[in-house]
Design a binder for this molecule. Structure first.
Ligand code: FAD
Length: 388
């Protein structure tokens, strides 16, 4: 693949994986998506099937049962899953990050300790994890977070609260990676097991979209975990999460937006061709065509910027600017595209019986999570040298 990769440059393997996930999505995921959204329920058996298909193991090395797949291919899988169920797709990529962080950044002792309980079950789709950074008084401004961790002998003692945390309340969530402040003012990334004493959580938060994904407030009240549960070097927690972790997950969320946008376009085009008004199909009206043209063009542009950012990441080149551009463009584009799809569907688009209304609610979170659009603009401006 070249640095200027376009969708026509996808390898046969990438196209095959995209096709397999698309077929799985249509057959197994799509039929219950509306019901899961309406009842705000998570389907554990369906998640397990993602493991059987190999999706949850894609970003793990082969020695852990994974397939060590490149970033673009994983993004294509996320994109296809998001075409039918954005909640399931976000649960998956958030769910595998924790175990993947242990594999890439953990000590040999940590990898051995958590191999059978966390890593292998995550690869198989039997378990997952969450990442807890946001606090009631510190969202975009991650440096302001106050949850503290203090060493007491062989343990960390954690106090504080986190909010809007994905996955933590699911029955198969084994641990959360929690970003905390140490007494010196530095940041640590600490693995908190589901059964750690002093760790509790609130009821699922009621959301406008992504309703079959779990989102909660977490509480740490003299929560004790072993000293070995800190991942990475002391004081480096924020740098590893905000500095590099978010860069990659921004590509994942952008890929979700691309999937939603593509599905909205396909549904809108199909509806426009089949719906008649004033004696002709509405796809023949220029104003409707303009919406479809804008949608198609923006999806193509989004793919180009996403594909290139993936390539830069896998080539080991700097990609902070490209990751932020991808996240900003694709998520804002996804939002616009879902809006245009509703417009093309007319009154029907506003009704729950068409999936576009769910996509419109679901995609709204994408310009907020993993760093808001305004924060992405700040990062791009910084990378352009505006602050130098
Ligand atoms: C569905 C969903 C799932 C989530 N899952 C997780 C999760 O698993 N783990 C986790 O830790 N968090 C999670 N979050 C939280 C998410 O990361 C935060 O909501 C996000 O970082 C924004 O923080 P905030 O909500 O506190 O908004 P604030 O930071 O208060 O921002 C409010 C507004 O001010 C703007 N603003 C703030 N600072 C600046 C600035 N410097 N320049 C310009 N504008 C600025 C923002 O862009 C925004 O428009 C999730 C959120 C959602 C919606």
């Amino acid at each position: 693949m070249t640095g200027q990769a376009t969708s026509t440059d996808y390898s046969d393997e990438q196209l095959a994986i995209q096709r397999v996930v698309r077929e799985f999505g249509r057959k197994e995921v799509a039929p219950g998506a509306e019901e899961r959204d309406r009842t705000r329920t998570f389907d554990y058996a369906l998640y397990r099937q993602l493991g059987d298909l190999g999706l949850t193991g894609m970003i793990f090395p082969e020695e852990y049962g994974g397939t060590d797949t490149d970033t673009l291919t994983f993004c294509l899988a996320i994109q296809e899953l998001s075409r039918v169920d954005m909640s399931l797709a976000i649960t998956m990529w958030v769910g595998v990050i924790g175990a993947r962080s242990i594999v890439t950044g953990g000590t040999e002792e940590q990898k051995a300790t958590w191999l059978d309980s966390w890593i292998l079950p995550t690869v198989r789709g039997e378990a997952l994890s969450g990442g807890a950074i946001t606090e009631p008084d510190a969202g975009s401004d991650t440096a302001a977070l106050r949850t503290s961790a203090v060493r007491d002998g062989d343990e960390w003692v954690i106090n504080g609260a986190k909010i809007f945390i994905s996955n933590a309340g699911l029955d198969n969530c084994r641990f959360v990676m929690v970003l905390v402040r140490n007494p010196e003012g530095g940041f640590e990334l600490i693995m908190v097991p589901e059964d750690a004493p002093g760790y509790t959580m609130g009821q699922p938060l009621r959301k406008m979209g992504l309703r079959s994904s779990d989102t909660r407030e977490l509480f740490f009240d003299d929560c004790r975990v072993p000293a070995m549960n800190r991942l990475g070097a002391s004081g480096e927690g924020r740098r590893s999460v905000v500095g590099s972790g978010f860069m990659l997950t921004r590509l994942y969320l952008a890929s979700q937006a691309l999937g939603v946008a593509q599905e909205c376009f396909d549904l809108a085009l199909g509806h426009a061709k089949g719906r008649s008004a004033f004696g002709r199909s509405i796809s023949r009206f220029q104003h409707v065509q303009a919406m479809l043209v804008d949608m198609a063009l923006e999806i193509e542009l989004g793919r180009l910027v996403r594909d290139r950012a993936c390539w830069l990441h896998d080539a080991g080149q700097p990609y902070a600017k490209e990751a932020a551009m991808t996240k900003l463009f694709c998520t804002e584009m996804g939002k616009r595209t879902a809006d245009q799809a509703i417009q093309i569907f007319g009154g029907l688009g506003y009704m729950d019986e068409t999936p576009v209304s769910r996509y419109y609610r679901d995609i709204r979170a994408a310009t907020i999570a993993e760093g808001t659009s305004e924060i992405q603009k700040h990062i791009i401006a910084r990378e352009l040298g505006c602050f130098d």
